[in-house]
Design a binder for this molecule. Structure first.
Ligand code: FE2
Length: 386
């Protein structure tokens, strides 16, 4: 039933062939993390990644049970939430998973209809449509569960002109590090358990009306030691892309298994953040202490002109400069892309970030998978988890 759409046009009005329009999504609204100490996490995302103080909810604003910091950089909004007492169910999430993504919120025109259409197609409800109001108007939100304990919230904000959501105030801070050039979320990847990838592919097709437009099997994604499989799901206008990974049999424990063991279940593996100047962005992130995976071997860079072929001529960046920053390069029929991956950003080897610059390419760096995973395996070996 999976429809493979070969040529992908990300033009905003283009509806993928096969995608359903019962769930029009305007874009990603926010990504909410449940964390042990939101104040310190917020400091990290400001200092290291250049996110800006945007909105706040906590004791000072009348929120007695939870505190949330909203950080913004261009179109990206991250919400960091911590419980203020032991009774909050958020504690259970943190005890089980460590710091991690709880909510991938999707911006919609009609949250009630989004919830009705998806639950009618089999989604498990997380929150029935709920109206929140303040002096700036009203927001309607509703939520459904996806893989693991992860949730999609539908956010309807057309009748709201406040800073973020009712209950939040503008967050004024004297500490405002410069942005690092991150623009929007390119894609968000989920890791699911053995044999579950196709279950979730089908779920995104049937419940959300997404299409499967790229697939990678374990013959394409493997190293000497381990393997994984991945399918990329996209909504109709191409703005929301969710690759889904599952582990595959190998001689040693794959990075997906390591994630599932430490996250204790399925969850969000990485967020890919787009920049239009990856050299500047990555140089800045490195200077601010963001840790990236170790560089691929010299032969990786020696092979690039051969791998890129005709795209090599259109490449604006200096290969030496890319190598200096350990940025990876890949190409498909339509262009090339530049990408790099951070180490996990918490002590459990779970969530990490990808920084990506697309120069026409619509893929996900398949040509880099081997070099990338060998690099991850060297890190796993050091953790004793390979
Ligand atoms: Fe990615």
């Amino acid at each position: 039933m999976s429809k493979e759409v070969k040529s992908v046009d990300y033009g905003l009005e283009k509806i993928f062939e096969g995608a359903q329009d019962f769930l029009p999504l305007l874009g990603t609204d926010y990504v909410e993390f449940y964390v042990g100490n939101a104040k310190q996490s917020a400091h990290y995302y400001k200092t290291a990644f250049g996110f800006q103080s945007f909105a706040y909810k906590g004791l000072e604003t009348g929120s007695r049970d939870t505190v949330s910091y909203v950080l913004k950089q261009d179109k990206i909004k991250l919400v960091l939430t911590t419980p203020l007492n032991s009774k909050s169910p958020i504690n259970d999430h943190i005890v089980k998973h460590g710091d991690g993504v709880k909510v991938i919120a999707l911006w919609v025109d009609d949250a009630r209809k989004s919830w009705e259409e998806t639950t009618a197609r089999g989604a498990k409800s997380y929150m029935e449509p709920f109206v929140e109001q303040d002096e700036h108007g009203e927001v309607v939100r509703a939520g459904i569960y996806t893989y693991g304990e992860t949730v999609h919230m539908f956010v309807e904000r057309k009748n709201y002109n406040g800073i973020f959501l009712p209950g939040f105030q503008k967050w004024e801070s004297d500490y405002n590090p410069e942005p690092t050039g991150l623009k929007y979320i390119d894609h968000m990847v989920g890791n699911v358990g053995w044999g579950q990838m196709n279950t979730w592919v089908k779920w995104y097709e049937e419940v959300m009306g997404f299409v499967n437009f790229l697939s990678f099997d374990d013959k394409q994604i493997h190293t000497e030691y381990s393997a994984l499989m991945s399918k990329v799901m996209s909504n109709g206008n191409g703005r929301i892309k969710f690759p889904i990974n599952e582990p595959a049999e190998g001689i040693k424990r794959s990075q997906i298994e390591e994630y599932l063991d430490f996250y204790e279940g399925s969850g969000v593996q990485h967020l890919a953040l787009a920049t239009d100047d990856i050299i500047r962005t990555v140089a800045e992130l490195k200077a601010r202490g963001v840790e990236f995976l170790p560089p691929p071997p010299q032969t990786y860079y020696d092979d690039i002109p051969g791998r890129l072929g005709e795209h090599m001529e259109m490449m604006k960046e200096d290969l030496k400069e890319l190598q200096k920053l350990s940025i990876l390069v890949d190409a498909d029929e339509e262009g090339y892309l530049l990408q790099i991956f951070t180490k996990p950003v918490e002590d459990r080897p779970t969530l990490f970030y990808e920084i990506i610059q697309r120069m026409g390419a619509k893929g996900f760096g398949a040509g880099n998978f081997k070099a990338l995973f060998e690099s991850i395996e060297r890190e796993q070996a050091m953790r004793g988890t390979l």
